[in-house]
Write a protein of this length. Sequence first.
Length: 279
Amino acid sequence: MISLAQYLTEFPEESDRPFQSLKAAKPKPEKKPSFEHLTLVSDAPAKTKKKKSVPLQFEAIPEMGEAEAALDEVDFDAADFGFDADMATVDLTAAATTITEADLDAARAEGQEAGRAEALTEAEARVAVAVAEAVAAERARAEAEKAEAVNATRLEVLAEEGNQLGAMVIDKLERIEAALRTSLASVLKPIAIDARIRQTVEDLAAAVAVLSLDGRALSLQAIGPALLLDAFAEALGERRGFVAFEANETMTDIRIECDQTTLETRLADWKNALEEALQ
């Protein structure tokens, strides 16, 4: 049977040793010492290995107790950190620089000169900018005036050329119209007059036929130029015997007299109207 002392400890938070038995321990037999013979292996001096230096980051950190002990050994009351030095021994007046009125005047004059130079530089820059802007504006104005003058000149030249071309076209048209009128007058006038005479003669022949419908003899007399009378007689045909013809070259129309009825052509008026139209 196994005793409980072998499984439990008396103070587990301080030691892991189990309870000891109160029985007397049996003495263990001692071993006899044994001696071995030494054998010489080499007579060369023994070699020692060099110790490797430990890196700084791996060196052991001193315990806080040693640092506190070192601080306890320091006498702060007797230590002199330089705060109790005699301030009177320091000559501050020797280190200070004496500033005179002349130095102030010189500094003031230097500042004024620097300000004047800066103002002059700024004024020159402004003047340069103003001059550049004025030159650019003058150039733009000159370009605008030039473009306006060129446009006005172009319009004037175009108007003058247009007037000249218009006058030339009108003159050419007038010449063409005159030539056409002359040609038409010389060509169409005889044709138109001949057609008008033929139509007039036929109308007169029809009128004479109306007057002689009953077949009895009438007192008809035709007076006019011989050319028109010949054409009128030809148009009458068989009825020409009813008409007495009388040639009169001073007349331009044919006048027919039948009792109290008078018929007269208007060829003269028509010729005048035609000539006016062809002029």
